[in-house]
Design a protein. Structure first.
Length: 650
């Protein structure tokens, strides 16, 4: 409803809010002007304060210079700034010539101060003037302000006098500092009748204020712009906000009128609908119920008394406690709304389910609830449907439990199958690990048969075969330990020695495949805790995989080093490399890309298991066509006295 269409009596709060908005805008304007004036005065005050500080500093400098001068006249070279002092002409030694021909003249402290003050006037920083009410020299006469300042100092006995003044139309902050006649001053000023420690003149310092006022002029426009912007934003915000508040309150007034109309319409609508309407006047304990509330129970409208107690008699005994608890909490103001499902007795002495919803819509001045409105709906059919759904849900749970038991039985069968498969995996792994030394034994035996006429060669090959047989025995023991879930013994060992020993098993294999093996071993490599046999398996498996990946003409590099406080073993090749899919499964058991060449897929999974059992970490990096790099990081072993005497192979 537009504001203009409301009755005049209803618009009075809106008009008051409108005038309040204008008042706030006026106050805001006054505040902005006051703030701008305060900012201007603050800048001016700071300019004057800076000028005063500069003047005080200049006065203190000159007086410090005065006190630091020797308590006697001094000789200075004659030049543009230093000329013979006429007042000292009576002294026979006023002008002297040095043996080098340099002309010196006698200068008293007052002349030195005068020359220093003259330099300040040239630079324009501070205008200084040595003056007196009875000057001896031309140029030391005081101007009007200086004469007034000297008389004030002489009269009041104060040593300092300052005030702003104009010089040739320019504003200055002027200071005057009184000077007493000292012992060295008597030579010139005794003839004027000044006694020692008697006021005889002063040092005047004038600081140009236009320099500081220019700063005020520079900062004033930005300050004005900021204040105007803040005032504009604040004014627009207040006017817009005030207009919105006017519309809001006007809308509330219109809404209140609509609520009164809608309430009447709602009662009529609820009377014609299947839902019942409830209007509870809490202090009077009187409840209005629409005709539907009666007809849903088989009664005629008005047949039941309009009190809470009368309707409470119809509530099912099992639901009375919950119903009464809701009513008590509403009366006490502990809840503002509720929803309750309960049963009521019909005229035919049957019970039907109803859902009551209510909300407190009015409170008294003390915040106590005085009126509640709500609805009353028959939900018997929905309750029957829920009961049927509950029955089906229970039946479904029974079916799920039965299926779960079947799945448990299937899982037990699968676990038995997995245990059988693990036995096969263990056997395949042992065969894979033993295959390498057996191949070396077979190769050594063939070479020994061809070299029977060379006893030394045969003996060396037999010794190699012996070591390979011992390695097979160690592998079998390791597999037995793995099968029995026992950790292998570990001791301090030299990783470089492990690499050298492993290369004895792999050099011939690499040569037969046309691959070169290069070792770069760190001579300063610290020892680590490990099992020599298992680590040899790691190196041999990695080298064999690298040789297969390289092919004829390839190169494999084995490197040991220290990095980031760890001992690293790096095996790299320049072979075919792996794609991301292959890298993802590189350590999976039975995963191999060499199935047609006899690969079992257990080599790298065995490597991973051994590395993990040593508390180490293994990483692999590879790109198709760019080779592969395996990096294993071991913890350093901290040497103790117990470790002394144990080597890599002990």
């Amino acid at each position: 409803m537009p504001l203009e269409s409301l009755p005049a009596t209803d618009l009075s709060p809106v008009r008051r809010l409108k005038w309040l908005t204008y008042t706030v805008v006026a106050c805001w304007t006054i505040l902005a002007i006051g703030s701008l004036y305060y900012q201007l005065e603050r800048l001016r005050s700071e300019a004057i304060s800076f000028a005063r500080a500069t003047a005080r500093y200049s006065i203190k400098k000159d007086m410090l210079y005065w006190r630091l001068l020797p308590q006697a006249n001094v000789y200075m070279p004659v030049g543009d700034w230093v000329q013979p002092e006429p007042l000292l002409a009576h002294l026979p030694e006023r002008d002297v010539t040095t043996p080098s021909g340099r002309v010196l003249t006698l200068v008293n402290p007052a002349s030195i101060i005068k020359q220093s003050l003259g330099l300040g006037r040239i630079t324009g920083d501070a205008w200084g003037h040595l003056t007196s009410l009875k000057p001896l020299q031309a140029g030391n006469e005081p101007d009007e302000w200086e004469a007034n300042a000297l008389r004030t100092i002489k009269t009041t006995g104060k040593q300092l006098y300052y005030a702003p003044a104009l010089i040739d139309g320019r504003p200055f902050m002027r200071y005057m500092y009184g000077i007493e006649a000292g012992q060295t001053c008597q030579a010139c000023h005794a003839s004027q009748g000044y006694g020692e420690h008697e006021f005889c003149g002063g040092i005047s310092t004038s600081i140009p204020l236009d320099t500081y006022e220019s700063r005020v002029r520079r900062e004033l426009p930005p300050a004005m712009v900021i204040h105007v912007l803040l005032w504009g934003v604040g004014t627009v915000t207040m006017l817009v906000g005030g207009r919105r508040l006017q519309r809001h309150f006007g809308g509330l007034i219109a809404a209140e009128a609509r609520v009164r109309d809608n309430e009447a319409r709602f009662r009529l609508a609820m009377d014609a609908a299947d839902e019942g309407f409830i209007d509870w006047q809490i202090p009077a304990n009187w409840v209005y119920r629409s005709p539907s509330c009666y007809t849903m129970l088989g009664y005629q409208p008005g047949e039941i008394d309009q009190t809470i107690e009368a309707w409470g008699e119809l509530v099912h005994p099992d639901d009375r406690a919950a119903s009464q608890d809701i009513l008590d909490r509403v009366r006490e103001g502990r809840i503002g709304s509720f929803q309750l499902d309960y049963r009521l007795r019909t005229r035919d002495n049957e019970y039907r389910w109803f859902q009551a919803r209510g909300k407190v819509v009015e409170h008294d001045d003390k915040g106590r609830p005085v009126r509640l409105m709500g609805t009353h709906v028959d939900v018997t059919n929905r309750k029957l449907a829920q009961h049927e759904l509950e029955r089906h849900r229970n039946h479904l749970e029974e079916l799920v439990q039965e299926r779960t038991r079947e799945l448990d039985q299937s899982r037990e069968q699968l676990q038995r199958a997995e245990r059988l498969a693990s036995i096969g995996t263990l056997a395949a792994g042992m065969a894979h690990e033993i295959n390498n030394p057996l191949a070396m034994i077979l190769l050594g035996t063939e070479r020994a048969l061809r070299a029977l006429d060379k006893p030394d060669t045969v003996e060396g090959l037999l010794q190699q075969n012996k070591r390979d047989v011992e390695r097979c025995a160690r592998i079998v023991r390791g597999m037995l330990d793995f099968a029995r879930h026992r950790s292998t013994q570990k001791w301090p060992l030299d990783l470089n020695e492990i690499v050298r020993h492993s290369m004895d098993f792999t050099l011939e294999f690499a040569r037969q495949n046309g691959v070169a093996i290069t070792a770069r071993l760190d001579d300063e490599l610290p020892r680590l805790m490990g099992n020599a046999t298992e680590l040899e398996q790691v190196v041999v498996n990695l080298v064999h995989n690298a040789v297969y990946a390289c092919g004829d003409g390839g190169r494999v590099t084995i490197e040991t080093r220290q990095a980031k406080g760890m001992v690293q073993l790096v095996v790299s090749d320049d072979g075919c490399g792996m794609n991301p899919q292959q890298l993802e499964h590189v350590f999976d058991p039975f995963y191999t890309t060499r199935m047609e060449r006899g690969g079992t897929g257990l080599g790298l999974s065995t490597v991973h298991g051994i590395v993990t059992s040593h508390g180490a970490a293994i990483r692999v990096a590879s790109l198709p066509g760019n080779g592969t790099v395996f990096t294993i990081e071991f913890q350093k072993h901290v040497e103790t006295e117990v470790d002394d005497g144990q080597g890599a192979g002990s």
